[in-house]
Design a binder for this molecule. Structure first.
Ligand code: SF4
Length: 380
């Protein structure tokens, strides 16, 4: 075990690691400068369990009903020997599929319901290379493959729903999503989030080909989203370009500070171990967890509520520390360099004399203050 892995193990404590997934990578692109999230995700710490133990609301928690709905839809698409999936891909990608063949990579070892990510990745890798180098390779669909992507100097395993191999030599990522397409339109925010997730798979597949000296552009940036149609469970497939999301994710991954640098700034005894008792109940004092979190730099924005389980903790912390980021990204950027709300108000009221670098912002704050006062008095 590397010393990096050993440090991450200490951070996580006795719980099993939660793997990074395309959703957490998409969230990294939403807030790549948050050291707190980068380290917690790299260590595979269960943020939802942390939030629950801290007694916080969990904004990302899906209802059991929504989870059941998603599973039922996926089952409908890939059940009956992939009949629906094959029909949809025939139409969407014009796959030559009299000869369609698939392999389910959930289990690649005898007698196991679900093999380890390492084993599944090795099998995925050999099938992808075989499909890419051998024209008569038999597999056209890989179900539940496992891909690997380096994130901040650390390998993470990713599980797309399906990878389809086209007869013209290109690979397409296929994602099954339970949000609906209603009369040809899906919710744009949901589509954007899905495309950012597929971008992670495309990058991992391209890295795999490039490692073998094969052209990475054989992995298409056109991905297939499969969603329920209108208000039914009937699936429909849509081709979407993930080009923008792929470029953005690559840029963010390249820019991510490497984990060793972040770990170097942390006291060696920092841990988020929940100290579970024999019944799985956390026994770690909340104050210790809060103190451990305070050692990692957050970068809170109100947008965090859409992608991070710790959003309520970080919001409360930003408010209690009087931080401007609690007011939103626009405010934070507009008054860049002024970190607390009190400083901004004192500059606006003239209680504080601005430093040279703060003069422009102070003028703007005082102008806004005047407008606000006039509006209040009805004279504007
Ligand atoms: S909620 Fe907190 S930990 Fe999560 S991304 Fe935002 S600032 Fe970082």
């Amino acid at each position: 075990m590397s010393s990096l892995d050993a440090r991450l193990d200490v951070l996580r404590g006795t719980s099993l690691p939660l793997p990074h997934n395309a959703r957490t990578l998409a969230a990294l692109t939403a807030n790549p400068a948050c050291d707190r999230r980068s380290l917690i995700d790299a260590a595979g710490i269960d943020k939802d369990a942390l939030a629950a133990h801290l007694g916080l609301p969990r904004p990302l928690r899906k209802s059991q009903l929504a989870l059941k709905h998603g599973l039922a839809f996926e089952h409908r698409v890939i059940g009956r020997d992939h009949a629906e999936l094959v029909r949809l891909l025939r139409e969407a990608l014009d796959l030559a599929l009299p000869e369609v063949a698939y392999e389910d990579l959930n289990s690649v070892a005898n007698g196991e319901d679900r093999s380890s990510p390492q084993l599944r990745h090795a099998r995925t890798r050999s099938l992808i290379i075989s499909a890419a180098t051998n024209k008569s390779a038999p597999r056209t669909l890989l179900n539940h493959p496992v891909l690997r992507l380096p994130v901040a100097g650390h390998h993470v395993y990713l599980e797309p729903d399906v990878v389809a191999f086209h007869h013209d030599g290109t690979f397409h990522v296929v994602e099954i999503k339970s949000f609906p397409v209603i009369y040809g339109q899906a919710d744009p925010a949901s589509v954007a989030a899905a495309l950012t997730q597929t971008a992670a798979y495309v990058l991992a597949l391209r890295d795999l080909l490039a490692d073998e000296g094969l052209p990475p552009e054989r992995v298409s940036d056109t991905v297939v989203l499969i969603n329920p149609l209108n208000f039914t469970q009937r699936p429909t497939a849509t081709l979407e370009s993930a080009h923008r999301q792929i470029r953005s994710l690559r840029r963010h991954l390249d820019r991510l500070r490497r984990l060793p640098e972040l770990l170097d700034q942390l006291p060696l005894d920092t841990t988020f171990d929940l100290a579970l008792d024999p019944h799985g109940k956390p026994t770690r004092p909340r104050s210790e967890l809060t103190a451990a979190l305070a050692r990692l730099n957050p970068l809170y924005t109100p947008h965090c509520r859409r992608h991070c389980d710790l959003a309520i903790h970080c919001r409360n912390e930003a408010r209690s520390r009087d931080r401007t980021e609690a007011l939103g990204t626009t405010v934070r950027e507009d008054i860049a360099g002024i970190t607390t709300v009190t400083t901004a108000l004192d500059l606006a009221d003239g209680r504080l004399h601005p430093a040279d670098a703060q003069e422009d912002i102070t003028r703007a704050l005082r102008h806004a203050q005047r407008l606000y006062t006039d509006l209040q008095a009805g004279t504007a």
